[in-house]
Design a protein around this ligand. Structure first.
Ligand code: HEM
Length: 536
């Protein structure tokens, strides 16, 4: 080898080393700079980060961090970067201003196990699959026309609710509001979605109803917990609480349940077609009234020229709709009732409005809802103090992003906890009487009282931006109809002779945030008897 070649090789080697060192240092200092620009937050421990600072009600701990370090707080949850906020302007920037960066969802053990590998809408990461599933929801399931086609079912459910409470109150029974409101929203949703009702008259049957209840409760519970395996990967090896084993069991049970419903629908369609002859057209909305959602999903074409959606896609969507639709409205309605029992003057004012808009000679109808401004204020105030879930479903950043005029830099895959519970109790937004239930604070708005978020982002019951709840109009109608029916139909007092101030308002943490105890009350009739048994 010549001396020249040797010299050339040596020079190349030295230059390469210099480049490698240079880029490593540059990378390190860039990462260090990024870290320097993280928002402030509580002191972090090695490995666990801030996990040990979270208790039984993490939304309250997050709120405390926001009032100490806010409005935007950085947390390290085990191996995960996370931020939290309860500030309307920061929330607007995340959900609307920088929607492109923050509209994804984190991949968690629950979303993999319990949402068909994140194959649904609500827990799917941003990408073509989510776009397609969301489009199916918006264009085929939750359209105004389809929701209107179920108005008669909803009216029937309101009538059954009135009759059920009347029957119980006539026999001196205490009313379990969790049970009646839960049954009302569950029936509304399952009739639309699965073509069945699970509670009350004409129900699907004891065994199936119990199975359905059990599965949905287990599912909600597991989707709601803060599972340590998502933050400390080593935890998954040990699974000391048996959480993953439970998830696998529930995954299997739900899948079998969904498959049975799909098979029943296929069989029903096959029988209908056979009755009408093999030349018969596809099932459509004019056949036997409205198609339920499963019928609609079975009639849609799949991707890449496939004749149908995959069963897995249909099951993921069914599960989303049940999970997203039933508990949310039932939990919020129970909270509304809790506050009404704690504030009898608000309850009376709502009844006064109902009587003047509807009268005492007929039950409430959906067409009355836009005219019930005070009832709408009650629902809005309930969402302020008791949003259905303490956080929006966690979002995740798709790339490094800057927030608050570039003041802070966040790494890719930062998990975002928008604390709607703390937003509604933020004294900078709501003043000193944040803890007081006072629907009148929403009254000053002109025209129809909007229940969804407005331009000011001071309440956020349905989220905002790309991931906004696609079922908000249905959720609002179900809540107003349920509450309106019970308030118009009956006078109410807390059960067991409790005084208003003795009605508790303790919450438990989960994907949704119910009262710690089911709400029990005593109802007395206030309309003509014929109305309770289906007359006008
Ligand atoms: C009072 C009732 C309801 C409340 C309070 C509620 C609230 C919410 C909230 C807070 C989110 C998360 C938004 C975000 O992450 O930014 C959400 C998402 C969602 N909701 Fe609702 N919801 C209700 C009713 C419904 C109904 C009736 C349906 C469908 C039948 C539904 C379907 C969904 C779906 C599919 C998502 C996921 C959207 C996505 O990730 O793209 N919700 N809802």
């Amino acid at each position: 080898m010549s001396v020249g070649l040797l010299f050339f090789l040596l020079l190349t080697f030295i230059i390469s080393i210099i480049f490698i060192i240079f880029f490593r240092l540059a990378g390190k200092s860039r990462r260090a700079a990024d870290r320097r620009q993280l928002p402030p937050g509580p002191t972090r421990w090695p490995i666990v980060g801030n996990l040990l600072q979270l208790g039984r009600l993490p939304h309250r701990d997050f709120a405390r961090f926001c009032s100490t370090y806010g409005p935007l707080v950085y947390l390290r949850l085990g191996s995960v970067d996370a931020i939290t906020t309860d500030d309307p302007e920061v929330i607007r920037e995340i959900l609307v201003g920088q929607d492109d960066a923050f509209a994804s969802r984190p991949s968690t053990v629950a979303s993999a196990r319990l949402a068909y590998g994140s194959g649904d809408v609500a827990l799917a990461p941003m990408g073509s699959h989510w776009k397609r599933m969301r489009r199916i929801c918006m264009e085929h399931l939750l359209t105004t026309r389809r929701l209107e086609s179920f108005a008669a079912h909803r009216a029937e459910e309101a009538r059954d609710l009135l009759m059920e409470v009347w029957a119980k109150s006539s026999s001196g029974e205490t009313i379990d509001l969790r049970q009646v409101l839960g049954g009302f929203s569950m029936n509304n949703v399952t009739r639309m979605l699965l073509g069945k009702k699970y509670f009350g008259p004409a129900w699907a049957g004891q065994r199936e109803a119990m199975e359905f209840m059990e599965i949905t409760h287990e599912l909600f519970h597991l989707l709601g917990i803060l599972y340590l395996g998502d933050y400390l990967p080593a935890w998954r090896w040990l699974d000391p609480t048996g959480c993953e084993r439970k998830m696998r069991e529930v995954e299997k049970k739900t899948d079998q349940f969904h498959q049975k419903i799909i098979d029943e629908h296929r069989e029903r369609t096959r029988r209908r077609k056979k009755t009408r002859g093999s030349h018969c057209k596809e099932l459509d909305d004019d056949d036997d009234g409205a198609m339920d959602f499963v019928d609609v999903l079975l009639s849609l074409h799949g991707e890449d020229g496939k004749e149908h959606l995959d069963d897995k896609e249909i099951k993921a969507l069914m599960q989303d709709m049940v999970a997203a639709a039933t508990d949310t409205s039932a939990v919020t309605s129970e909270w509304a009732f809790t506050e009404l029992l704690r504030h009898p003057h608000v309850l009376q004012k709502a009844q006064f409005e109902l009587d003047s808009v509807i009268g005492l000679d007929r039950p409430i109808r959906e067409s009355d809802l836009p005219h019930l401004s005070y009832l709408r204020c009650i629902v809005r105030e309930t969402f302020r103090l008791h949003p259905a879930g303490p956080f929006l479903i966690p979002h995740e950043s798709l790339r490094p992003a800057h927030l608050m005029n570039g003041r802070y830099t966040l790494p890719c895959h930062t998990r975002v906890f928008i604390n709607t519970h703390a937003l509604g109790r933020n004294p900078h937004v709501w003043g000193d009487d944040v803890d007081e239930f006072r629907p009148e604070r929403h009254e000053k708005r002109k025209g129809k009282v909007e229940i969804s978020h407005g331009d000011d982002f001071v309440i956020l019951p349905f989220g905002a931006g790309k991931r906004r709840c696609p079922g908000a109009p249905l959720g609002v109608v179900m809540m107003l109809m349920g509450l309106g029916t019970l308030l118009h139909g009956f006078d109410w007092k807390a059960a067991y002779g409790k005084r208003p101030e003795e009605v508790g308002a303790e919450e438990i943490y989960g994907m949704t945030m119910p009262r710690a105890e089911p709400l029990k009350a005593v109802a007395t009739t206030r309309l003509k008897e014929g109305i309770y048994v289906g007359g006008e």
